[in-house]
Ligand binder design. Structure first.
Ligand code: SF4
Length: 296
């Protein structure tokens, strides 16, 4: 049966989302070099798994978002390109391998994320804590940002991560509550807000992010930003949802750059200090820059 025509599915990519080739594959040798190092150390990045459009730029900066706990997720969010299924054993060498790679890349700011591991007792929290420790021991002055899953609402797992004292605790709401059942069926909006509130209560700068263009209204986005401000979230990213594969949700709308700017203004007026909003923005895109702005 032919796929129903969703509003955005057959829209041409608007000019503001088309990148000049020059920005895509600068210095391919460096891109290749970094990928080779990552493979040799059995490391994954969400940049590659999620088919991020900024990879050419980020990998040659260089910056990367390391993905720990394997490449297979126990969930299946409809927007995500990460493979779902039976997960792989936790790699005890991963924390040290990430620290060594971050050192060799000369990173000033590192982002660590993971697939969701509902199959692990602590959801993988201890591996996050071990990775922070390994990086801190290797590069004491680096900025460490964790982009964590919701640990299925297990707050003792969250406590383990908080005790690791990352510089930023990031957890994405991903979309507005009315779309959760379609976009992120195993997620829970209130559970995610509570996680962010607890991080703020523990004195950690908290960050969150959403994609737009999935059918949300501007009013819903403003309400979400008010919720984030209310729990104490101080950094936020807003980017255009792009369909990774035909298996994923179609784009409903390509949001105009002007509306991204309006969202940023509204977010700041609601009390979120740093709002990074634009068509190509992703949760850890220019994360070091955002952190620098926040701390200045
Ligand atoms: S939990 Fe994260 S990695 Fe897993 S499917 Fe959802 S977005 Fe992708």
């Amino acid at each position: 049966m032919p796929e129903p025509k969703s509003p955005g599915a057959h829209k041409r990519l608007p000019e503001w989302l088309r990148r000049p080739p020059s920005r895509l594959n600068t210095r391919p040798s460096e891109l290749h070099g970094l990928k080779k190092t990552l493979r040799n150390r059995k490391l994954a990045t969400v940049c590659e798994s999620a088919r991020c459009p900024n990879i050419g730029e980020c990998f040659t900066t260089p910056t990367a978002t390391f993905m720990i706990l394997g490449e297979i997720c126990t969930r299946s969010c409809a927007f995500c390109n990460v493979e779902g299924g039976v997960s792989t054993p936790v790699d005890p060498n991963e924390p040290q391998n990430i620290a060594q790679t971050a050192l060799e890349m000369g990173l000033k700011h590192v982002v660590i994320t993971s697939v969701t591991r509902d199959d692990l007792l602590d959801g993988g929290a201890s591996q996050f804590a071990l990775t922070i420790q390994a990086i801190r021991d290797t590069i004491p002055r680096i900025g460490i940002e964790l982009l964590v899953p919701d640990f299925h609402g297990d707050f003792s797992a969250l406590e383990t991560v908080i005790e690791g004292r990352p510089d930023i605790l990031n957890h994405n709401l991903e979309t507005v509550p009315s779309l959760y059942s379609v976009v992120r069926p195993q997620g829970d909006y209130e559970r995610s807000l509570t996680l962010l509130r607890r991080a703020c209560e523990a004195g950690l700068p908290a960050k969150s992010g959403i994609m737009v263009g999935l059918g949300e209204t501007a009013e819903e986005v403003r309400a979400l930003m008010a919720d984030l401000a209310a729990v104490g979230c101080s950094m936020m990213t807003i980017g255009q949802y792009l369909r990774p594969t035909r298996e994923n949700l179609p784009v409903v709308d390509y949001i105009e750059p002007e509306l991204f700017e309006k969202y940023a203004e509204y977010g700041r007026s609601a009390g979120i200090k740093e709002v990074y909003s634009g068509p190509m923005v992703r949760s850890s895109y220019n994360a070091g820059e955002l952190w620098k702005n926040f701390t200045e």
